[in-house]
Design a protein around this ligand. Structure first.
Ligand SMILES: NC(=O)c1ccc[n+]([C@@H]2O[C@H](COP(=O)([O-])OP(=O)(O)OC[C@H]3O[C@@H](n4cnc5c(N)ncnc54)[C@H](OP(=O)(O)O)[C@@H]3O)[C@@H](O)[C@H]2O)c1
Length: 309
C-alpha cells in the first residue's frame, strides 16, 4: 500500500523514517502542502494518490501556547482536519487514521479513561480549543463514514515523547523540557529547578512505538469509535527526572519548587481494546530504553534541536 503521512516532519511523523515495512510511506510536512487550505490538500491527493492516510498534521503545543493562542489552535486544527478528510473523501482514499489525544477527555472524567467518555463534559480549560477541534475530528470521521461510507478511524495516544520533540522551554511537554533543563544544568555546572513535587503519575508513549501502532491499526481496526493506543505504564514525574539524571550523568541537585502547580495526581487510560486486537504490552519499548535513545539524540544534536534554534 502507498501510505501518505501528513505531519511527516513532526515528532511522530519523523519516527516513520526508522520503521521497516513493506508499505510505501510518503511523508509530507507543511512546506510541501499547507493543509489549512483546501486546494493544497487536494493537490496532495492528486500528486500522491495514496491508498491510505495516517493523518498527523496539527498545530500542537504546550500549556502556554494553548492558552495564548487558543483561537489559532482551534481555527488551524479545524481547517487542517476538515481539508484532509474532505480531500480524502473526494479522492476516495481507502482508509484514514487520524490522531486525537487524551487531553480531549473531559476534565471531570472517571478513570481509567475509556473511549466512550470523550464527549461527556468540557475538556480542561487550558486546552479546550485544541481539544474541541480534536473532538470534531472524531465527529467528522464518523459522519463521513455514515453518509459517504468512508473508512475513517481515530486513535487516542496519551503523552508522547521522542527524538524529534520540541525542546522549547515554554512550549514543550514535560519530558523534552526536563531533558533540556537537566542537560543545560550539567553543561553549566548548576543545580536544576523543576516545578511541583514530582509526585504525579503519568503515562508516556515513545514516538517510535506510536508509528508501529498506527501501521498495526491500518490492518486491524476499522470501527467508528476512537481507540486508545497509549502505553498505560505509569511513571512518576520524579522517576522521569531521576532516570534522566542517571542517563545524563548529572551530578547537581534537583530542587523541586513546590510553590508551582504540580498538576493532577493521575490520568490513567485504558488500552484494553488495542490489546484485544493483538497488540502486546511488551511491544512497547521499555521506558528507560526509550528515554536513553532520546537523551543520546539530544547529546548528539544539542543545540541544533527543534525549539532551541
Ligand atoms: N506530542 C504529543 O504529546 C501528542 C499527544 C497526543 C496526540 N498528539 C497528536 O499527534 C499528532 C502528531 O503530533 P507531533 O507531536 O508529532 O506534532 P509536531 O511535532 O508539532 O508536528 C506537527 C506536524 O504537523 C505539521 N503541520 C502543522 N501545521 C500544518 C499545516 N497548516 N499544514 C500542513 N502541515 C502542518 C507540521 O509541519 P512542519 O514541521 O512543516 O511545520 C509537523 O509535521 C498530532 O495530531 C497531535 O495532535 C500529540
Amino acid at each position: 500500500m502507498k501510505i501518505l503521512i501528513t505531519g511527516g516532519t513532526g515528532m511522530v511523523g519523523s519516527a516513520f523514517n526508522n520503521i521497516e515495512t513493506d508499505h510505501e510511506l510518503v511523508l509530507v510536512g507543511r512546506q510541501d502542502y499547507k493543509l489549512d487550505q483546501i486546494e493544497p490538500a487536494k493537490w496532495m491527493m492528486q500528486d500522491i494518490k495514496p491508498d491510505a492516510i495516517i493523518h498527523l498534521a496539527a498545530q500542537v503545543g504546550g500549556l502556554k501556547a494553548n492558552m495564548d493562542y487558543a483561537g489559532d489552535f482551534y481555527r488551524n486544527n479545524i481547517r487542517i482536519n476538515t481539508n484532509v478528510l474532505d480531500a480524502a473523501k473526494i479522492f476516495e482514499v481507502g482508509k484514514v487514521i487520524s490522531l486525537l489525544s487524551t487531553c480531549v477527555y473531559p476534565d471531570a472524567a472517571t478513570y481509567p479513561l475509556i473511549e466512550n467518555q470523550i464527549h461527556d463534559g468540557d475538556p480542561h480549560s487550558s486546552n479546550y480549543a485544541y481539544a474541541y477541534a480534536k473532538r470534531m475530528l472524531d465527529v467528522q470521521s464518523r459522519a463521513y463514514r455514515k453518509q459517504y461510507g468512508c473508512n475513517f478511524i481515530t486513535a487516542i495516544p496519551n503523552n508522547l515523547f521522542g527524538e524529534n520533540d520540541n525542546f522549547h522551554l515554554e512550549n514543550s511537554h514535560v519530558i523534552p523540557a526536563m531533558i533540556r533543563k537537566i542537560y543545560e544544568a550539567k553543561l553549566n555546572n548548576k543545580d536544576v529547578i523543576l516545578w511541583g513535587d514530582g509526585s504525579p503519575l503519568r503515562e508516556f508513549t515513545y514516538s517510535q512505538d506510536l508509528a508501529e501502532i498506527l501501521l498495526f491499526l491500518l490492518e486491524h481496526y476499522d470501527e467508528p469509535p476512537p481507540i486508545n493506543i497509549g502505553n498505560t505504564h505509569e511513571v512518576s514525574i520524579k522517576e522521569v527526572a531521576q532516570t534522566i539524571v542517571e542517563i545524563l550523568n548529572f551530578e547537581g541537585e534537583i530542587i523541586w519548587d513546590t510553590t508551582k502547580p504540580k498538576g493532577q495526581f493521575r490520568k490513567p487510560s485504558d488500552n484494553s481494546k488495542l490489546l484485544e486486537l493483538g497488540w502486546r504490552e511488551e511491544n512497547y519499548t521499555n521506558f528507560r530504553k526509550a528515554l536513553t535513545n532520546v537523551c543520546q539524540h539530544v547529546i548528539l544534536k544539542y543545540p541544533h534541536l527543534r525549539g532551541i534554534e
